[in-house]
Write a protein that binds this ligand. Sequence first.
Ligand SMILES: CC(=O)SCCNC(=O)CCNC(=O)[C@H](O)C(C)(C)COP(=O)(O)OP(=O)(O)OC[C@H]1O[C@@H](n2cnc3c(N)ncnc32)[C@H](O)[C@@H]1OP(=O)(O)O
Ligand SMILES: O=C([O-])CC(=O)C(=O)O
Ligand SMILES: [Mg+2]
Length: 297
Amino acid sequence: MSESMQLRRSMLFVPGHNAAMLATAHIYKPDTIMFDLEDSVALREKDTTRLMVFHALQNPLYKDIETTVRVNPLYTPYGHKDIEAVVRAGVDVVRLPMVSTVEQVLEGDRLITEIEQSCGRVVGSTKLMAAIESAAGIANVFEIAKCCPRLMGIALAAEDYVTDLKTTRSASGEELFLARSRIVVAARAAGIACYDAVHSDVNDEEGFITQARLAKQMGFDGKSLVNPRQIDLLHGVYAPTEDEVDHAITIVEAATEAANRGIGVVSLNGKMVDGPIITRAERTIALARACGMKVEL
Ligand SMILES: CC(=O)SCCNC(=O)CCNC(=O)[C@H](O)C(C)(C)COP(=O)(O)OP(=O)(O)OC[C@H]1O[C@@H](n2cnc3c(N)ncnc32)[C@H](O)[C@@H]1OP(=O)(O)O
Ligand SMILES: O=C([O-])CC(=O)C(=O)O
Ligand SMILES: [Mg+2]
């Protein structure tokens, strides 16, 4: 594991038509800012919003933070124009919503390639993310996750997903278990990132933390967020504790010593330490360092 692992814990939605939020969103320091052109924007504001986001992307304020834009689906009158504008403006990641099939991702990939070529950007430099928001998308998620090298991640979009299932979101999140499980396994099998769903009740801190812990434990890299107040809560959940870091250091030290003595498996306080346990300990240390914790090893 590289020591400079890229953090993908928090992806903050910023409604693209809100000039004040466009100007200030960077100060909250999520890992990724996600300007929205889709559901938070009224139909009559689609064209002006696209222009506002085109300019925001080129603002030096956003040069040191990963930028994502959620475009409109390509089957709407806005999707093509959105992708054209944001790729030309140099967005890092295009998030394609309502993805149910491999063909939808490949259509987005082809379009981005054409635009990169026509504006002199390196082909493949604009990344793509697919938001899965339907039962069909979850059914196809293994094929979707591995369908093109440009796809850097998949995200669960739970509001549309539960609507498609004809249910609602509960505090326990049991209606999301299958979708979450399939998304994490598909992402890991394809070697890409995965994001858990938004928690829409921004005043429900306790519920947010419970769901964030669950997402982390299931293996998600992070969550999509709707409010800046959720950023520190999420980063707190993802930061390893001092005890976890100390334990990881002990494991890595014991493993290094064993390797020096030519032994593959050792016992630490009665618990076996071998390959996968060492890999997890190394990941904890890399995550701690990426989160800004000082780790002496
Ligand atoms: C299902 C889906 O499709 S989700 C994706 C689409 N939805 C969105 O993008 C919604 C994004 N979120 C928001 O618009 C808002 O957070 C709301 C409407 C949910 C809540 O709004 P509020 O109750 O006003 O939030 P709150 O009181 O916490 O705002 C505090 C500050 O944060 C700012 N802020 C709130 N949300 C955001 C955001 N997403 N991005 C940037 N700034 C924000 C507010 O402008 C306010 O700034 P100020 O103190 O300078 O006035
Ligand atoms: O993409 C997201 O995270 C939010 C969304 O559209 C949904 O939940 O339907
Ligand atoms: Mg949606």
